[in-house]
Design a protein around this ligand. Structure first.
Ligand code: PMP
Ligand code: GLN
Length: 387
């Protein structure tokens, strides 16, 4: 049987392809972003306690109140914003669901949605499903900052939504307080919303701070802000996340969320709430924890032939391989996986317009031993064969 695809241009995600290739070739998997270590043991114990303690039926559609309260407290502490757990915060099954539902909430057929390339892969298909058109505004290496002139040219009467992502996957760049001001002033006169993907909010380095859209009142009043417990608690497979948004946006968001998943795994929500209450230090220490891993990877790569500009945020490190090979990044990532034994992610797949960049992404959310082994392979003579 054949069916006419709604998405003829969409294939399997690059994360699935590269992880599968890593498995097939026994390569160290620095491609798809996930830690090779476990969530905190106390959090696992709490999860077990709630699983065994009878917390196994549907929670409220908007999420377990205890968890929404803990999120509101955290957001107040970090971003000086007062949010009502009942009308501003919704728990979803992963940030992927939050992004999808937020997009369906506001995008209508004919609307335009601006994304900044390289853009995370789930945005455009969700826009297409809502009947919208994705407008790609490129960001340039090596800094990958928003080009506000290009943004200004892209905004028009059809623009319904702008999707921002900081810390940025795959580039590791972060937006500044000045960027938020510019975004606020450029969107002031327009009838549009903002979707801010902040899943790496606790991974910023070198003393920088994360500038959440929640810190800017004007932006906050027109934004969906999304974060994921998968990243913060080393549990990407749990798929628990949240969306913070103004009352009217949250109401529309929940109308859709209730028919996408209705709700999210109960005992995990209880465990996360209790762990957040008892251990706020966990996320406060994440920048130092991951910065040490970034620095270990970067120093172990010295002399490799790759050029690395230390990542400002996320648990990803870009590496420029133009001194090593002329291959395109898809071919080079396959070569690294199959011949060198380290899997990476090519960057061009997140762009609409081609560039001459020669960049791949490595995930350093790994045990130190894994990082050292992978870097040793990337420094070895095997890489020379790519010439
Ligand atoms: N946004 C970005 C930028 C991501 O890297 C990810 C990664 N996994 C997601 C959203 C989705 O998060 P989740 O796994 O919670 O669905
Ligand atoms: N966000 C993860 C990454 O960037 C992958 C998530 C996925 O596999 N869909 O690697």
């Amino acid at each position: 049987m054949t069916i006419e695809s709604k998405f003829p241009g969409v294939g399997t995600t690059i994360f699935t392809i590269m992880s599968q290739m890593a498995n097939d070739h026994g390569a160290i998997n620095l491609s798809q972003g996930f830690p090779d270590f476990s969530p905190p043991v106390e959090l696992l114990e709490m999860c077990e306690k709630y699983l065994r303690g009878g917390y196994n039926q549907y929670p409220p559609m908007s999420g377990v109140p205890y968890l929404r309260e803990q999120i509101a407290l955290k957001l107040e502490r970090l971003y000086q914003t007062e949010l009502d757990p009942d009308s501003n915060i919704t728990i979803t099954s992963g940030a992927t669901e939050s992004l999808f539902v937020a997009i369906q909430s506001v995008v209508r057929p004919g609307d335009e949605v601006i994304v900044f390339d390289p853009a995370y892969d789930s945005y455009e298909p969700a826009v297409t499903m809502a009947g919208g058109q994705t407008i790609h505004v490129p960001m340039a290496a090596p800094n990958f900052h928003i080009d506000f002139d290009r943004l200004g040219e892209a905004i028009n009467i059809r623009t319904r939504l702008i999707i921002v992502n900081s810390p940025h996957n795959p580039c590791g760049s972060i937006i500044s307080a000045a960027d938020l001001e510019k975004l606020a002033s450029m969107t002031r006169q327009h009838d549009l919303y903002i979707l801010s993907d902040e899943v790496y909010e606790h991974m910023v380095y070198d003393g920088a701070i994360h500038h959440s859209l929640l810190t800017n009142e004007e932006l906050r009043n027109r934004s969906f802000v999304v974060s994921s417990f998968g990243k913060t608690y080393h549990a990407t497979g749990w798929k628990v996340a949240y969306c913070a948004a103004p009352v009217a946006l949250t109401a529309e968001f929940r109308k859709i969320h209730q028919f996408v998943t209705f709700t999210t795994h109960t005992p995990t929500q209880w465990a996360l709430a209790e762990y957040m209450e008892q251990t706020p230090d966990h996320y406060l220490q994440l920048p130092a924890f991951y910065q040490a891993k970034r620095d270990l990877f970067n120093s172990a790569m010295t002399g490799s032939g790759f050029n690395l500009t230390p990542s400002a945020g996320t648990y990803f490190q870009l590496a420029d391989y133009s001194d090593l090979s002329d291959q395109d990044d898809v071919a080079f990532s396959s070569f690294l996986t199959q011949q060198v034994g380290v899997a990476a992610i090519p960057i061009s797949v997140f762009r609409k317009e081609p560039t001459s960049d020669r960049l791949v992404r490595f995930c350093f959310a790994k045990e130190d031993e894994t990082i050292i082994k992978a870097a040793a392979l990337l420094c070895s003579e095997k890489v020379e064969q790519a010439k």
